[in-house]
Design a protein around this ligand. Sequence first.
Ligand code: NAD
Ligand code: ZN
Length: 345
Amino acid sequence: MRTLAKVRREPGIWMTDSPKPQVGPNDVLIRIRKTAICGTDMHIFNWDEWSQKTIPVPMTVGHEYVGTVEAMGDEVRGLRIGQRVSGEGHIVCGHCRNCRAGRRHLCRNAVGVGVNRPGAFADFLVIPAENAFPIPDDIPDDVASILDPFGNAAHTALSFDLVGEDVLITGAGPIGIMAAAICRHVGARHVVITDRNPYRLELARKMGAHRAVNIDNESLAGIMPELNMVEGFDVGLEMSGVPAAFRQMLDVMNHGGKIAMLGIPPAESAIDWTKVIFKGLTIKGIYGREMYETWYKMIALLQGGLDLTPMITHRFDVAEYLEGFKAMGSGHSGKVVLDWSETRS
Ligand code: NAD
Ligand code: ZN
């Protein structure tokens, strides 16, 4: 089968020919239809410090996908051959305290599809059946292929009550923009998003942000009066991974505000903790998606009318995957989707 794999310890991802994976008794074999490129795949492509420490070589990469069930193990129940599925990319241990309590997203032994074990940029993917998530017929393939990052956005945004609240999102990457759409959809009063990239700020406006602020030209304190905001933001979603953005957020949070942090800073970074303390802020770290409440909520949001299709700005056949990575790396893209369905091995 065709795969896109990290085969050398240097920048790049290569098209390879690999054997079809074996299906264990509790596994499903998924025939991949579409995949999307994540920021993580870009890190792996560029072979940065984190990738060098984390990624086994050789390994097939990718974890955002939709496909159909091609085969399944004898013990699998509740799925059928031909069913359309996406999948949760964190494979949990099942025996730690949190797993046993049903808090699987807090598993301390989670393994990542396309990060620690073979991924979805392939004609076929094997995962434990419990990780497969059935996709209702009214959700198109393109949208189903980006449920993984949409799930990061949903998990982060839905951490706190948003109804009638003023929300600040720092970082209008694909996840920040999808978070803005969710906040708007569920009834936040104002959704303000920041970035330094005009293309992405424009996409954020299109997806429902009330105000998309280029922090290079405008200050948050300056736009607050315009929105009749006197005291500060009630909810903050940190989605840039940039320490300066988080510091800016701390400055404009109201007392008692709540912050959910998804963005991964490059290294240890300092903040003024007195702002956290005297404002009585709550800060919550977010990793992945809740299994499977976030998936349930995502489907409900989509079926309730949240339109994710403008997020997908580029589509390529997988043979042109290098074009896809180029588009994703340019900063002038939303999500980039690769189609695996044209030719089959
Ligand atoms: P991205 O890198 O595409 O988006 C980050 C955005 O932040 C970019 O558009 C960038 O221009 C913007 N930015 C840079 N400096 C800024 C500043 N000073 N103020 C505001 N914005 C600024 O990333 P993404 O794929 O949308 O993911 C968002 C973040 O979430 C990344 O840090 C990523 O590593 C992280 N992430 C975390 C998890 C998790 O489970 N915790 C999962 C996926 C992604
Ligand atoms: Zn566990």
